[in-house]
Design a protein around this ligand. Structure first.
Ligand code: NAD
Length: 488
């Protein structure tokens, strides 16, 4: 329990300044750099997940009514997997990487040394409040940094659980949690950091980047966008539908950054697709989805009104072909499908981030590319097809943070590929080794001995030296020999 005095403590710029100084001191002491420190922290995270599974699931239930399966599989297990991978690979990741040298520096050797950045700030979002806090934290620990985590105030139960558990399990001199909203985050952003890792929307992403620019601090921005799903003909429609549903409503009821935002299909396919979606949705969530325990609720009343405003727009409200029911008191909106919404409607202009799924139709499936390209680059793009040429065209013409062919959201679970956005959906990436790299400086180191001190580099400069230097830089042995023999 916090004391009265602690409860009244304001976390302002001065407090943030003291905190960063403490972190800088502890980083300078070298404590966080050791392999042993990193491993012990990572193992403690696994222990924390095991010992507090119920508390974590409970906090996620309080914040979002998140179903237990989703909390365990998509938050807890993902965090544990990231830790296990880092524990297994850390020695290898930390090892200097041998690099080739050329004749230009002969005799020499070179390597790339992975160096921790220093004191880093992690600001996370509310929709996967445990995963999005812990996953970057694991990368920052593995890379040997000191850090502050600022969880999202929009998921208060998870935020306070993290603030309670992390000091119990982790080294609280080098890993701090600061709870709070705009003013606390702004106080943190005033400080000089060695990296800022932000997850959330693009408006705040711009604030973060502007604050970082003052100190030339590098950033990772994990943002969102409108992730399209293109559905071609000639596919197994039932499997496609089930995979779309699980990526949309099965991921926090559409409140996920890589949830399908809208579907594009041909006019011929639309009816079949809508029928299949209706059938499978009813099989998954029953006749009254507002009562389903397998769907998260909308996080708060602000987001509830934002979503209902999208549905209630004049040019959109008549386009609902399934769902549309809502329960304001319990912040629930049923899975809702809309067919043929105009592209200039609000629902097609902003990221939906909720249980509404518009379907647009085109005459030819290839026309979907122009629709996608007319918007900003999405965080994810999905294509369901059996057509090899269409897959190639899709990959060539659609720029997105990640792409999945014939499924949705699964790239998140593949640790060997980077997870991040492009353009307006973000910059930088993480997951697996990419998380380690996100919080690491790759230091170039070249080793020389005192052997082979060629006078060609030194003044006085002569035409002969110039010729030899030019030949050395080309690295072509034949040219070097010709030059040495005075043949050029
Ligand atoms: P949010 O409201 O939790 O905000 C994110 C963080 O920004 C919070 O910690 C909050 O305190 C801080 N913040 C808010 N206003 C601020 C301000 N004015 N100055 C400084 N800090 C401020 O989350 P959100 O933005 O609603 O998150 C949803 C968005 O995040 C969606 O666009 C979604 O696609 C994106 N997202 C992306 C990923 C990803 O991995 N790429 C993951 C989850 C969510």
């Amino acid at each position: 329990m916090a004391t009265k005095e602690e409860e009244n403590t304001v976390f302002d710029v001065e407090a943030a300044n003291v905190l960063t100084k403490e972190l800088r001191d502890v980083f300078a002491s070298g404590k966080t750099r050791s392999y042993e420190w990193r491993i012990s922290q990572l193992k403690s995270i696994v222990k924390m997940c095991d010992e507090h599974e119920e508390d974590i699931v409970d906090a996620l239930r309080q914040d979002l009514s998140k179903p237990q399966l989703e909390s365990i599989v998509y938050e807890l297990t993902m965090v544990k997997n990231s830790c296990t991978l880092a524990i297994k690979e850390l020695k290898h990741w930390m090892m200097p990487e041998k690099a080739k040298t050329s004749l230009t520096t002969f005799p020499s050797s070179a390597e790339i040394v992975s160096e921790p950045l220093g004191a880093v700030l992690i600001i996370s979002a509310w929709n996967y409040p445990f995963l999005l806090s812990m996953d970057p934290l694991i990368g920052a620990i593995a890379a040997g940094n000191a850090m502050v985590l600022k969880p999202s105030e929009v998921a208060p139960a998870t935020s306070s659980l993290l603030a309670k558990l992390l000091p119990e399990y982790l080294d609280c001199s080098s890993i701090k949690v600061v709870e709070g909203a705009v003013s606390e985050t702004s106080a943190l952003l005033e400080q000089k950091w060695d990296k800022i890792f932000y997850t959330g929307n693009g408006r705040v992403g711009r604030i973060v980047m502007a604050a970082a620019a003052k100190h030339l601090t590098p950033v990772v921005l994990e943002l969102g966008g409108k992730s399209p799903v293109v559905v071609d003909s000639g596919i197994d429609i039932q499997i496609a539908t089930r995979r779309i549903i699980v990526g949309k409503w099965g991921c926090n009821n559409g409140q996920a950054c890589i949830s399908p935002d809208y579907i594009i299909t041909t006019k011929d396919c639309a009816e079949k697709l809508v029928d299949s979606l209706k059938k499978e949705l009813e099989a998954f969530y029953g006749k009254n989805p507002l009562e389903s325990k397998d769907l998260s609720r909308i996080v708060n009343s602000n987001h509830f009104s934002r979503l209902t405003k999208l549905l209630d727009e004049d040019k959109v409200s008549g386009k609902i072909v399934y769902g549309g029911e809502r329960d304001e008191a319990n912040l629930r909106i049923a899975p809702t499908i809309l067919l043929g919404v105009p592209q200039n409607s609000l629902i097609m202009k902003e990221e939906i981030f909720g249980p509404l799924l518009p379907i647009l139709t085109v005459s030819k499936i290839e026309d979907s590319f122009d629709i996608i390209k007319s918007g900003t680059k999405p965080l994810a793009a999905y294509l369901f097809t059996n057509n090899k040429k269409l897959k190639e065209q899709f990959l060539m013409s659609v720029s997105a943070g990640g792409v999945v062919i014939n499924d949705t959201t699964l790239h998140l679970a593949v640790h060997s590929v980077p997870f991040g956005g492009v353009g307006e959906s973000g910059m930088g990436s993480y997951h697996g080794k990419f998380s380690f790299d996100a919080f690491t400086h790759k230091k170039a180191v070249v080793y020389r001995s005192f052997v082979g001190d060629a006078s060609v580099r030194y003044p006085p400069y002569t035409l002969g030296k110039l010729r030899l230097m030019k030949a050395l830089i080309t690295g072509n042995v034949w040219t070097i020999l010709r030059t040495l023999l005075g043949m050029s």
